[in-house]
Design a protein around this ligand. Structure first.
Ligand code: FES
Length: 154
């Protein structure tokens, strides 16, 4: 790869609209990769811009960084995703999107019963306790209330 094919972190930042700190963070996650100059400066292949476009698209879809890392780990880190790869990746996101839509619809439906209520009851409120998490542990109180040894006012 010719040196002119490589971009500095500042150039990648300007072209992608991402802060240099974000680029360094993405690099620690393995989303992008750089090489180093003799002076220990980062240099990115031009393909990093396409890779960052995929990251941005995935974030717009609502994928977590863990999910994006998993998806991009299947691709060559130094090459732009091909049309075929992009098609396959976006197809993988469809069921994730469907699940998120379903989850959001459930939250919306539960919100209807909360409007004007404000109780945030562990027993009744499906928004506050959506899976009735403590209810799975049995009936009755499930959380310990700290007991004071002494009366603080005594
Ligand atoms: S706030 Fe009362 S049921 Fe959700």
């Amino acid at each position: 790869m010719k040196a002119t094919d490589l971009l500095t972190i500042g150039e990648v930042s300007r072209r992608s609209g991402l802060a240099t700190s974000t680029l360094r963070y993405y690099e620690t996650l393995g989303l992008i990769r750089s090489s180093r100059t003799a002076g220990d400066r980062r240099r990115y292949p031009r393909a990093v811009l396409r890779r960052l476009a995929v990251v941005r698209s995935a974030q717009n879809v609502g994928l977590s960084l863990d999910e994006i890392v998993s998806t991009l780990s299947e691709l060559d880190p130094d090459a732009a995703p091909t049309k075929k790869q992009w098609s396959r990746i976006s197809a993988q996101w469809r069921p994730l999107l469907a699940q998120r839509i379903s989850d959001l619809e459930a939250i919306r439906d539960n919100l209807d019963s909360c409007i004007g209520c404000g109780c945030l009851s562990m027993r009744q409120c499906a928004l506050y306790n959506p899976q009735d998490e403590l209810g799975d542990q049995g009936s009755g109180p499930r959380r310990k209330v700290p007991v004071l040894d002494e009366d603080p006012h005594g």
